[in-house]
Design a protein around this ligand. Structure first.
Ligand code: HEM
Length: 581
């Protein structure tokens, strides 16, 4: 591959792990140094690391069928989640998206918001109850509570399943399974290729038998234990979501109204869940487009999983940044107070239960969420594999192997391509010289163009595939008609194209609801209490599959800090890792 890049590194594993070891700085630095397409090495050879806007447009939109998710990703997802969106490709995936896209419409989000009100209230009350009655401050590890909140949010909002992990002393087995599944998938990453091979060549019955057999003789014991644990988790998850699904389906079939979508939503606005809406959309769809029960069930499993650690990571980052920037926190609080005061005066709403349209249009809250998701996307990099050879055009020339520059790169079939969401979101050419800084005000100084003056934003890729769109667009992230092909405010956080995040509106709404409720009543700051030796605890962020906050105990403190039960601890170097779950 005729691209420049860092040295190969380890002869066997290459330099791919540097992305995670070097963290955000490294991921951004290599794009700034070599350009929007960089050559890296993995165990199986060369890898292309991409952050160029035109190349990304080809990867996620125009040539998406050539840049599919790697086979082992699809196959192992199928084994764990069933027939949901992250386990299907091609025509089946297209059919699923066609039915599901309208389910995530703005009007359906409006219906779902009330399911999040009691959850964000409960989170706030729990944290407030831990504070001293005299109004003074106290150090609380908020991460596990944010995680429980995100879990209750997806369970209730998506599945209609009241997991109540915020209130319950003991978690139910379903909630427990959901919390464990992300880290286990990470641990089992190395055996994914075996899974893919077996799944493709055997029936489900034999796949199960073969996987049992082939893994026994040579896999380290820990893998075996993890595989057994994964199987237990999958069974728990499957039986709980199947039960919820069958109950809702039976209840829906008992309704004798032809216009199922409209009636149910009108009659029972606040009680609805994503599953209800999806079941109803499916019932009224044509026979050829209708999803099977297995596909519907798979969607539920996938959405609950996809919406959990991503949202927790984003919530944690927002709270962390607000704690770091007390001025922004104060400004946000007064914006929310003003909004709730107006409503109280109107006698409309109790405190933080802002109506959907008010919540979603608070300018500073919107800026905080956007800027945080831009600078710290929950999923910093995504992998694709080319199903055939292709030449990828670049918007901005990248450094070639010979030391010159190239504006197109030939990629052989079977090449792993890494989409760098992180580097794209920090592209200085499109986001400005301060692209690496958290600066929420940038979104305020970039008002929406009024619909009457809607600009024709020309997304000029090449002669043939020019995409033009007329819309009221924020000017942020666009320069000379060039922008990233993301579904959310020109950034790549939720990707773009047919495999973009289907739940991004739900995620945005949940983030805004939880942050508004928390900030209205609580003030957040970083740890300040020195231990007996005068050292203060540090919070740092580790880049794994997700961004994970890492708590470094105060220097010289040999005592392991007290941590809540649901936090998985891994001792590495001198850090205590608080996994997101
Ligand atoms: C801040 C929160 C979130 C972030 C940053 C995020 C990000 C992403 C990204 C980058 C992808 C593309 C993955 C890939 O191509 O491999 C994705 C896919 C997906 N997300 Fe999200 N997500 C978030 C929340 C949610 C929520 C709340 C839901 C469910 C309601 C959800 C459901 C999905 C699904 C089902 C897919 C697969 C789509 C497909 O393949 O067609 N996500 N998400």
């Amino acid at each position: 591959i005729d691209l420049d890049g860092p040295n190969r590194g380890n002869w066997l594993t290459g330099n791919i792990m540097s992305l995670f070891e070097g963290g955000v700085d490294y991921c951004v630095h290599i794009a700034e140094k070599y350009g929007g397409a960089v050559r890296l090495y993995g165990p199986l050879g060369e890898i292309v690391y991409v952050s160029d806007p035109r190349a990304l447009y080809h990867i996620v939109v125009k040539d998406q069928h050539i840049f599919e998710e790697p086979n082992q990703f699809i196959m192992s997802n199928k084994l764990v989640f069933g027939e949901g969106l992250i386990s299907t490709i091609g025509e089946q995936h297209r059919r699923q998206r066609k039915l599901l896209n309208p389910v995530f419409s703005t009007s359906n989000m409006r219906r779902l918001l009330p399911t999040l009100h009691p959850i964000s209230d409960r989170l706030t009350s729990i944290l407030a109850s831990k504070l001293p009655a005299d109004g003074s401050h106290k150090e609380i590890d908020v991460l596990p509570w944010l995680s429980r909140c995100a879990l209750d949010g997806v369970c209730q909002g998506i599945l209609g399943y009241p997991s109540n992990t915020l209130s319950a002393a003991e978690n139910d087995s379903y909630a427990e399974a959901l919390r464990k599944i992300g880290p286990l998938i990470g641990k089992l990453m190395k055996v994914r290729s075996i899974t893919a091979f077996v799944m493709q060549n055997c029936s489900p019955y034999w796949a199960r038998k073969v996987l049992d057999l082939v893994t026994v003789p040579w896999l380290p014991t820990q893998y075996m234990a993890d595989i057994r644990e994964m199987r237990r988790i999958v069974e728990t998850m499957d039986s709980a979501s199947r039960k919820a699904f069958l109950e809702r389906k039976a209840a829906m079939e008992a309704e004798e109204t032809p216009d199922l979508i409209d009636t149910a939503c009108r009659d029972n606005d606040s009680m609805t869940s994503m599953m209800d809406i999806m079941l109803k959309a499916n019932a009224v769809s044509s026979n050829t487009e209708r999803l099977t029960d297995a596909e519907l069930l798979g969607q539920m499993n996938v959405m609950v999983f996809a919406g959990l650690d991503t949202t927790t990571s984003a919530l944690a980052r927002c709270i962390y940044l607000l704690a770091q920037h007390s001025g922004a926190q104060a400004r946000l609080r007064s914006e929310i107070r003003d909004a709730t005061k107006i409503l109280e005066e109107d006698g409309d709403m109790p405190s933080a239960e802002l109506p959907f349209d008010v919540l979603m249009s608070l300018p500073f809250l919107d800026s905080i969420v956007k800027e945080t998701l831009r600078l710290y996307p929950s999923l910093p990099v995504m992998a694709r594999a080319t199903s055939k050879a292709i030449t990828l055009p670049l918007q901005f020339p990248a450094r070639s192997r010979s030391g010159g520059y190239t504006s197109a790169v030939a990629i052989p079939e079977g090449t792993v391509t890494i989409i760098s969401i992180l580097a794209a979101n920090r592209h200085q050419g499109l986001w400005g010289a301060d692209a690496n800084e958290w600066h929420p005000e940038r979104w305020l100084s970039s008002p929406l163009t009024a619909p009457s003056q809607a600009q024709e934003v020309k997304y000029s890729m090449d002669g043939e595939d020019t995409v033009s769109m007329s819309r009221s667009a924020p000017v942020m992230g666009v320069k000379d008609g060039v922008r990233f092909p993301g579904v959310y405010s020109n950034m790549m956080t939720f990707l773009g194209g047919s495999r973009s995040c289907i739940g991004f509106k739900f995620a945005e709404m949940e983030l805004k609801q939880v942050i508004a409720t928390l900030v209205l009543r609580l003030h957040f700051s970083l740890p300040t209490e020195p231990n007996t030796q005068g050292h203060v605890k540090e919070i740092q962020w580790k880049l794994q599959a997700f961004h994970i906050p890492v708590v470094k105990p105060p220097a010289g403190d040999g005592v392991t800090p007290q941590v809540p039960l649901n936090v998985r601890l891994v001792k590495k170097d001198d850090f205590i890792w608080n996994a997101v779950v």
